[in-house]
Design a protein around this ligand. Structure first.
Ligand SMILES: [Zn+2]
Length: 403
């Protein structure tokens, strides 16, 4: 509803995202105070030799991949229950297919939900491992940003389980240094910021077995990570600056804002923010550090019951989409890709074409409506979904509306 495009006709060609929003450092107040202080840093860390040979074979068989489009190198189809599992349908079955004149292509915000909420947990802390089962029991898919060298006892098993359960493991570097490579929270820094990112990605794919890594969270939320993240093959970076995100609002995808929980926050704190994001039609990302009860209070501890209570509050709304950074973020950027597509009219047909950015994940879709007519992609007619939309495959890079 806040989408400035919502009233436009078939011609939507704006190209304004990726503005360089102020990526200034927010070093001082940033979270992630690291575990170094509590003397827990595990000794024999970060051995990346996978103990067991069998990288989890996620069931890649059934998701309809359809051949075609040579998008990047052999990205496997999304795991059935991975972070890119099919986006849920908003409630409200039984919407008739639009039967008016062909026109008014409109991309739905947040996949047809009013708003979106994401829960993120930074550093791969021992208290995340300890409370994993309670988080999983909420049924919501969340994002764990892990630092390789933090790896507390039981972490590998927990992260592997999290991947299997449909959560996202995100990149939070190897040693969690500042953006000048000083003051690593966990062990020694790598040679460069880029290496900190690449080696963490390798750990997540090779050791933990996640199919790929899609998103990053800058240690300490520092601005110096923005460019290395942009140059990596990750497509989003979560910072620590406060605020929520609107569709097409010009937010830099490499400096996503969030609400960073502070010690003493309660479910009421979080629920108020969820409600306000919902009424504003925005995406709210939460950032949590230590989870109580724990004897490993690294930073800004919050009681697990306050977190799960807030997840239940969010999932209690059937018009709020609760999902990972990767999944909501792919939709948010996907909407911008389609909205900035070039339109060309030929006779009574309009065709939009676009190019999917190289670092953007494959197999993503966005949901659209029209007043009427027939939508097709490269000759294949799209089916109307009775929840109220057509689903457009971004990999096709083309969409045609005809009477
Ligand atoms: Zn951190």
């Amino acid at each position: 509803m806040t989408d400035p495009d919502s009233d436009s006709r078939p011609t939507i060609d704006r190209r304004k995202f990726l503005t360089l929003a102020g990526a200034t450092g927010i070093a001082g107040l940033a979270g992630c105070d690291g575990g170094g202080t509590t003397g827990d840093t595990p000794s024999g860390t970060a051995t990346d030799t996978p103990t067991d040979t069998d990288t989890p074979t996620e069931t890649s068989t059934d998701t309809p991949t359809e051949t075609d489009t040579p998008t990047e190198t052999a990205t496997e189809p999304p795991a059935e229950n991975g972070p890119f599992a099919e986006i849920p349908a908003p409630s409200g079955e039984g919407v008739e297919r639009p039967s008016g004149d062909a026109g008014t292509l409109q991309v739905l915000d947040w996949a047809g939900f009013e708003s979106a909420v994401t829960y993120t947990f930074d550093d791969g802390q021992p208290s995340h491992v300890a409370h994993y089962d309670e988080l999983e029991a909420t049924g919501a898919d969340v994002t764990f940003y892990v630092s390789v060298n933090a790896e507390p006892e039981g972490a590998q098993e927990t992260w592997k389980q999290a991947i299997e359960d449909g959560h996202e493991i995100g990149n939070h570097t190897v040693s969690h240094p500042h953006d000048d490579l000083s003051g690593s929270s966990f062990g020694e820094p790598e040679d460069s910021l880029a290496a900190e990112i690449e080696d963490c990605t390798e750990y997540i794919t090779e050791t933990l077995g996640q199919g790929d890594v899609w998103t990053f969270a800058a240690p300490f939320g520092e601005g110096g990570w923005t460019e290395p993240a942009r140059e990596s093959d990750l497509f989003l970076n979560r910072g620590v600056g406060g605020g929520s995100i609107a569709p097409g609002d010009g937010t830099d995808p490499y400096n996503l804002s969030c609400y960073m929980a502070t010690e003493g926050d309660t479910a009421d704190t979080f629920n108020g923010k969820i409600d306000s994001a919902r009424s504003n039609g925005e995406w709210l990302i939460f950032l949590f550090h230590s989870i109580r009860p724990t004897d490993q209070e690294w930073f800004a501890p919050v009681d697990v019951g306050e977190i799960t209570g807030s997840v239940e509050h969010a999932t209690g709304y059937d018009d709020v989409w609760v999902d990972t950074v990767a999944n909501v973020g792919a939709y948010w950027r996907g909407q911008q890709i389609l909205e900035s597509a070039a339109a060309e009219e030929s006779g009574d047909e309009t065709t939009w074409t676009w190019t999917v950015p190289e670092d953007y994940p494959s197999h993503q879709t966005v949901r659209v409506t029209v007043d009427g007519g027939t939508l097709s992609q490269n000759g294949t007619e799209l089916e109307w979904n009775s929840s109220g939309y057509y689903e457009v495959a971004l990999d096709e890079e083309s969409l045609t509306l005809s009477p």
